[in-house]
Each structure stands twice: as C-alpha cells, then as structure tokens.
Design a protein around this ligand. Structure first.
Ligand SMILES: Nc1ncnc2c1ncn2[C@@H]1O[C@H](COP(=O)(O)OP(=O)(O)O)[C@@H](O)[C@H]1O
Ligand SMILES: [Mg+2]
Length: 410
C-alpha cells in the first residue's frame, strides 16, 4: 500500500514562548518508515498563560494561531490537527497493574493489549484526565521483570503501567484555546515526556538520567531509572528568576536585564575576566554606568547554584542520586545560558550535557537545533510515532531509534 507523506504538528504553549514544529513522515525507499523531515517551525510570544495554565483564552488563542501559521507558512502546508504539550504541577504520575488469563497457549499481542487495557482501567477522579499509560514490564506466571512476554507459554499475564494524569480544567482550557485558533487537538501529551523523545537516547534512559527543561517561569524535571519513568516534578522557577535577580542586583529595567543575560551572561564568576566591564543604564534617563561582568556572572551563578542545589537535594531525598549514570541533561530556553553546563556539573557532580533536538531528523534541522525547541520538536515526533501506530499503510511498531519504552505508549 502506498501512502503519501503525513504531516505531524507539535505545539507547545510554554510559559513565555509558544512554539510549533511540523515534521513530515515519509515512507522510506524500501517501503518502511523513513526519517522525520522537519518542514516548518514557528513561534510566538505566549499570552494569556500563567504557570503553564491558560488564564485568558482569547489571548492564548492568538499565540497558538501565530505560532502555527508561522510554521505552516514555512512548510507551505496546512495542518488541521496538533499534538499539544501539557505541563505544570497539576501533572502527576502513578502506577497501576492488571492481570489477565492467557487466551491460548502462547502469549500474543491480543493478550498484551488486553492486559494493558485492564491495567489502565483505573478510576480517574472527575477533575483529572488520563494522559498516558506507559507499560513498564510484565509478570508471566509469577516471574517478574519480563520485557516482552509475546511468544511465551503461560497461563497468567500481569502488567504494570506508569499512569500520567493531568488536571481537567487545564486540559480543557488548552483544548478550547487550540479549537478557537482553528485547529483540533489530536492528543494532549505531557510535554517533558515529548521533550525527552527529541533529546534523550535509549541508552541514557536505561542507564538512568535526569532531564531538566528550563523555561522562563518553570523548570520541569523527569527522572528515568532502568528505562522507566521514575519521577516527575515542576519547579516554580526558571530563566525569568535569574533575570529578576539581575533587575534587582544591577537596578536596571527588565528588558535590559534579559538582553544582558542573553548576550553577556555567564553562569560562572570564574569564567568572567576580572577586568571586563559592561555598560548598563544609569540612574537618569540616557545615562550609563559601568559594572563588571564578574558581578553579572556572580548574580547568575548564585541563583543557578541555588536552583540546581534544590534539585540535587530532591534527588538525594528520593534516593536516586546513585542511580543516574546517564547524568543530567539540560534543555529548554534557560539552558542556553553560557557556562550553565559547567556550573551544573559542579553542583551535581555528575556528567551534564546540553540537550538540543536534531538527532534522527532531516529537513530544516537547523531551525530546531536549539534547546528552546525541544518540546515542540518532541511533540511532533510523538505525533509521528502515534500516527504510525494508529494510522494504516505503514507497518506499525517500527520505531528505529525510538525505543521500547514508547512502543506501546497510548
Ligand atoms: N541565549 C540565552 N541565554 C540565556 N537565557 C536564555 C537564552 N535564550 C532564552 N533564554 C531564557 O530561556 C527562558 C525561556 O525558555 P523557553 O523554553 O524559550 O520558554 P518557556 O518558558 O515558554 O518554555 C527565558 O527565561 C529566557 O531568558
Ligand atoms: Mg520551554
């Protein structure tokens, strides 16, 4: 069966920036799945959103429309449906298990589907929505730790799933916003999970890794242990917290502080030359004064050191510090700060890397190769994976670089 390329849209309404990425999922030369081609990227300032929750539908609608139009214009296509990211501290993970009797002698896909169905059939309170139920592993006739039970002879099959739920009001308002912008929400996706698709490798997940997505007003944390999603948290600070410190510390306007941070900011005092000076706005209009770059670096370093320190302590408290050979991966716009990887390395005392989308992508890859774009890129990739699972034509369940843990993602 021949099918044309499908276009998948990822949309992330971040705390300050709304981003959209369109990818095309072409069939490879051999009829199998081809690579994901990035064909459009768009962005707009986020309005009408606080703490990642839509607080003003009209305003947020404009941001969504602008970001998607931008991406559509670049790609020269129109998309009707989007995969949209949800985040914030209303998102929670838990686990649930299910048991079924194996229908025939050998466990087959139908048994696996049934046990997932049972495991995910949990009671969701009316004010919450089920976003994902991710199969973790299986118990076959009492034997735990089975990764793929298909083909095994057994009587009883149990499965544990990781359940991700979100507050309904936040989900409903986001859907409504997307609707009003003229699009339909194909699925709401826990955005850090989508981010991890664009950023993390299977090896990192297996080894154990912490992903920190630093936005302006929030930092989202995901911890994988032995390939499983182990912890999620939303911390109520990010790049804007640093900028506010610069405003206070140097007594300059917000816009100046933001520009200064991006152009001359450093996450480590040691990296700043002691005699390097910066011109900043003076006390009277039009006047300027000099401060040392070291002072700017000092302000930034202090705050980041504190933020990473809080995360370090949280990981210590949850007893996962020793289980993260994959280290820490920083992404999100806030991770663009110069020297941030080195600083994080000293605080966490483990390997730290900067995560930018790009691996496994073709097309206008340069446009997404920025830590700010990782959520939207991941959402588009998530959409591609889902459309392959559910859409006809292409053989499902072949996810080249994408991983077993997502194989049965629903
Ligand atoms: N080049 C840069 N250097 C330092 N910080 C940056 C840079 N670019 C963006 N940021 C910071 O990233 C944050 C925004 O992150 P982003 O992921 O784009 O937005 P959102 O909060 O909407 O998810 C802001 O606090 C901004 O100051
Ligand atoms: Mg972001």
């Amino acid at each position: 069966m021949i099918s044309g390329p499908r276009c998948l849209a990822g949309l992330n309404v971040g705390s300050t920036v709304t981003t959209a990425v369109l990818v095309e999922d072409a069939t490879g030369w051999d009829g199998g799945p081809g690579p994901a081609r990035v064909i459009g990227v768009g962005e707009a300032r986020t309005e009408g959103v606080r703490n990642r929750n839509v607080t003003h539908i009209e305003a947020a609608t404009e941001s969504v429309r602008e970001a998607l139009r931008d991406a559509e214009e670049m790609a020269g296509v129109e998309v009707g449906v989007v995969y949209a990211g949800v985040g914030g501290d209303h998102v929670e993970i838990g686990s649930s298990s299910g048991v079924v009797a194996v229908a025939r002698e050998e466990i087959d896909q139908r048994d696996v589907d049934r046990v997932h169905e049972v495991a995910r059939a949990i009671l969701i309170p009316p004010d919450r929505e089920l976003l994902h139920a991710i199969p973790q592993d299986y118990v076959v006739d009492g034997q735990a730790g089975i990764q793929d039970p298909r083909g095994m002879e057994a009587i009883r099959l149990e499965s544990e799933v990781c359940v991700v739920t979100a507050g309904s009001p936040a989900c409903q308002n986001l859907r409504k916003t997307i609707d009003r912008a003229g699009y339909r929400t194909q699925e709401l996706v826990f955005s850090p999970l989508a981010t991890s698709l664009a950023i993390l490798t299977d090896e990192q997940r297996q080894a154990g890794v912490t992903l920190l997505e630093m936005g302006a007003a929030a930092t989202e944390m995901l911890v994988y242990r032995e390939g499983r999603l182990h912890l999620v948290a939303t911390l109520p600070w990010g790049g804007a917290t640093v900028t506010n410190d610069i405003v206070k510390g140097l007594g300059i306007p917000l816009a100046d502080a933001e520009t200064l941070k991006r152009t001359r900011g450093l996450a480590s005092t040691r990296a700043a030359g002691t005699d390097e000076k910066l011109d900043i706005a003076g006390p009277t209009p039009g006047s300027t004064r000099e401060v040392s770059r070291e002072l700017l670096a000092h302000i930034i370093e202090q705050r980041l050191d504190e933020m990473f320190g809080i995360i370090y302590e949280a990981l210590e408290e949850k007893q996962v510090l020793g289980a993260l050979p994959g280290g820490v991966v920083l992404t999100g716009g806030g991770a663009n700060l110069q020297g941030i990887v080195e600083l994080a390395q000293t605080v966490f005392n483990m390997p730290v890397a900067l995560g930018r989308p790009g691996a496994g992508l073709e097309g206008v890859v340069e446009a997404v190769r920025d830590p700010r774009m990782s959520a939207a890129a991941g959402l588009a990739l998530y959409g591609r994976m889902r459309s392959r699972e559910t859409g006809g034509g292409l053989t499902a369940r072949t996810f080249s670089r994408f991983t077993d843990w997502l194989r049965d993602f629903f």
